[in-house]
Design a protein. Sequence first.
Length: 449
Amino acid sequence: MIEKITLIGGGLVGSLLSLVLARKGYSVDVYESREDMRKVNISAGRSINLALANRGIKPLQALGLMNEINEMLIPMKGRMVHPEGEPANFQPYGQTTNDVIYSISRGQLNSFLMTKAEATGKVKFFFEHRVSHIDFEKMTFTANVAGTEKSINFNRIIGTDGANSPVRQAILSQESKQDSEAVLDHSYKELTIAPDENGQHKLDANALHIWPRGEFMLIALPNLDGSFTVTLFMPNHGFTSFDSVNTKEEIHHFFDAHFTSIKPLLDDLIGSYQNNPTGRLATIKCSPWHYKDKALIVGDSAHAVVPFHGQGMNCGFEDCNAIAELFPAADNAKDSDWQALFGEVEQVRKINSDAIADMALENYIEMRDSVRQHEFLLQKQFAFKIQQWFPKRFTPRYAMVMFEHRPYSEAFELGKKHKQLLSELSDTYSCPTQLNGDIVKELLDKYQL
């Protein structure tokens, strides 16, 4: 009999994982609380487009999907920073043509992965099944289906059900736990820049646009239809906050004061601002990720991160890649120690998901404030120069995260040394032309890089 695995959650990670498991020979049932997004327009107040980086591309390539996915991508080569009252300036992500990240539609990618998973003949999706309770003794879970409670049996269950995961809650209720949810005192709201009359982008489509304003910011990512998804990140409370910007007059005053250049481009500003949901931002860290040989959580269920490094989806896809490498083929599943396998997934991934969670929070400060500071720009120039001279000894942290497959935890620790080195340089020198190889080598040796 074919080994069956049940997934709770049919979002991006759940859909990809179902395909990974099907390719290994497993029978997979996926229970999703929402309707089938391929039949209805569902955003659930979530980001419409996301950043796909090399880490997320790796498992997609392994499954032979990238030729089709390439048609969904818009390459972004850097940040276009729009300071207040100054011309925009372009800050490239890296130094080669390969140093790009890609804007992709969440819904389009999710739908594509669902369809590919179903096409294996081994994956079944059950939509509008809202899971509310999991009983590990009886090996059943309860799902609300059209207002009726339904009990469903499972053999092994993996939670890919997001930040509010019932599977995580069930696991942590069984074990001595470490569980933290740090809710950021900032939230977000999505707006739109419509295409021009010719269906073209009104801003450079090959950049991630940022309007940094210190405690708050706007960002814009391009869509294939010529539009941009614009996201406002702002404190929940205070003088300039979601508490204080609500009425038509307050919205106009806020955008006139801080976002003069972009305001005329925003489509239905008042209606979008007042009607679109305000999304919260939270970091979730927990342990354990598994319960005996019965249950495991991955993706946002285990490690939700704030979106400021564009790594939430990429980190979840790395989880899928780890499972692809660690799990046996279905033919060998019955002879496997599943408790040990689940534990190994956590051991391999948790240290890295914790690291990207911390780096994502740091990147928020960089995006909303540091990118407009002279010292930040100078240190970035120094970093590029050091990388040119000593490519085997120094890669900027951002590049390690976005363009390499180096573990997040390693990038995080190296980044701490980089920060010290670059601070020492910017305290001493005012221009990259003042540097030479000997000066840099001495500092690389000093910081053991």
